[in-house]
Design a protein around this ligand. Structure first.
Ligand code: ZN
Length: 442
């Protein structure tokens, strides 16, 4: 199946170009070029004229916990540990496999509406097996989003029982899933030892080894709150990255989440060893965690993607939103308007996230997956636009509202058209969420 997309502008090679068409063959972008020559060359393709639309790469949500969408709005404005106990730990043990499916469908549906085409779901409500993990995978498939399942390995017994596994179980279950979905393009499984707080050193090392065996990255929360840094310092006399480096897991397979409380020399180590960062500015603000030193991370050469984190610690779930947040927060923190530019923020939310997740997405180029978004230039939040088009990218990052997001294509499949989800109806999602809420209130 070939489709020829003809929008008003295409974002290609870091520029908006007019009079360009993009050819999609099945699931890939197979050709890009001037409209007339593309029409002449690909007469067998179905033509999609995107009038008054800008075609940009789909955004990559490098860190999320999908089930947390069901807990949105609960225990808001509490300190982290209180929020954790009154929202997360209180409600997550009540979730059945079907509820987890519903939570994922809900989160992924809202993300698609916001232009997210790939999500990394850091998932830990395993309930003694792999059934819940498969419910998340099923939801991603049904709604049509590309999924990286960061399968969490968790053995700190202060948490609800359903999160916990022995090291051997965590390795075995993660490996089983990786093998089961090895031939599926839309799903990647990566090991994700939770954090230095919630995974033993043995568990973290097992996750690291498994990532090597599976030839993937591994994800881990690092230094999200000051208490974790203090805990590690008291127990080991080291800072978090120092300890992780000492046990031999800091290298280019490592993707850290947050990295709020890292010293300059830890950031240096991360950069030198090729570590990557999934940065969640809104969540860090929401939970009063602190501010990651992004300019320093960039100088150190750390690859950076953006994450929304769970929807109950944000509480929006859009990567375009996180682009705005990283730029504004870092400017305010450094008193430097140039500290993170709109170009850098846009790159973090697209190609940066793709690099963090090792996926051929995040830019409009031949050979990449056909994951892209159609933004309306007729939406008030996207105006004004002069003939030079210089406002296009600043408007996307700083002023655009989700109403401007009209079309979303993932793996060549049209998931959103005219601002409406096509794969699963919003009505069906609302009803399913309603059923979970009824249960919470029993
Ligand atoms: Zn997280």
């Amino acid at each position: 199946m070939k489709r020829l997309y003809i929008p008003e502008y295409v974002y290609v090679k870091n520029n908006f170009q007019k009079n360009m068409a993009v050819l999609v063959s099945d699931t890939f972008i197979s050709d890009i070029g001037p409209v007339q020559s593309m029409v002449d060359k690909h007469r067998d393709a179905v033509v999609e004229v995107w009038e008054d639309m800008i075609l940009v790469p789909g955004t990559v949500n490098a860190h999320n916990h999908s089930f947390q969408s069901l807990l949105r709005g609960i225990a808001a404005d509490r300190p982290f540990l209180e929020w954790r106990d009154n929202a997360l730990y209180k409600f997550s043990p009540r979730l059945t496999t079907e509820d987890i499916y519903t939570g994922a469908l809900f989160a992924f549906g809202e993300m698609l509406r916001c232009g997210v085409t790939t999500v990394s779901d850091f998932f830990y409500v395993h309930n003694n097996g792999t059934e819940s993990d498969e419910a998340v995978i099923r939801a991603a498939r049904d709604i049509g989003i590309r999924l990286c399942l960061a399968r969490t390995m968790y053995d700190w017994n202060g948490a609800p029982q359903g999160y916990l596994e022995s090291v051997a179980e965590a390795v075995e279950h993660t490996r089983q899933l990786a093998f089961r979905y090895a031939d599926q393009d839309m799903v990647t499984i990566v090991p994700a030892p939770h954090s230095l707080h919630a995974a033993s050193l043995e568990m973290i090392q097992a996750g690291y080894r498994l990532a090597k065996e599976l030839n993937t990255a591994f994800h881990i929360h690092v230094a999200e709150e000051m208490f974790e840094v203090e805990e590690v310092r008291q127990k080991y006399g080291l800072r978090t990255i120092e300890l992780l480096d000492k046990i031999g897991v800091v290298d280019d397979n490592m993707v850290i989440i947050h990295g709020v409380w890292l010293s300059d020399s830890e950031i240096e180590t991360l950069g030198v060893k090729g570590g990557r960062l999934a940065y969640c500015p809104s969540s860090n603000m929401f939970l009063a965690d602190g501010i990651t030193n992004i300019p320093q991370m960039m100088r150190a050469g750390v690859g950076i993607g953006l994450g929304s984190d769970g929807a109950c610690s944000n509480n929006r779930i859009s990567v375009f939103e996180e682009m705005r947040m990283v730029a504004l927060l870092q400017k305010a923190n450094t008193l430097n308007a140039m500290s993170v530019t709109h170009q850098q923020a846009f790159a973090m939310g697209t190609i940066g996230g793709a690099t963090v997740l090792d996926l051929p997405v995040g830019s409009i180029q031949t050979g990449h997956k056909a994951d892209f978004v159609g933004i309306s230039t007729a939406d008030l939040s996207m105006r004004p636009i002069s003939r030079s088009g210089e406002q296009l990218l600043p408007n996307i990052v700083y002023s655009m509202q989700p109403t401007a997001i009209r079309s979303v294509v993932v793996d060549g499949r049209v998931c959103v058209r005219d601002g409406k989800l096509l794969t699963v109806t919003e009505q069906a999602i609302l009803q399913a969420v309603e059923r979970v809420m009824d249960k919470f209130e029993e």
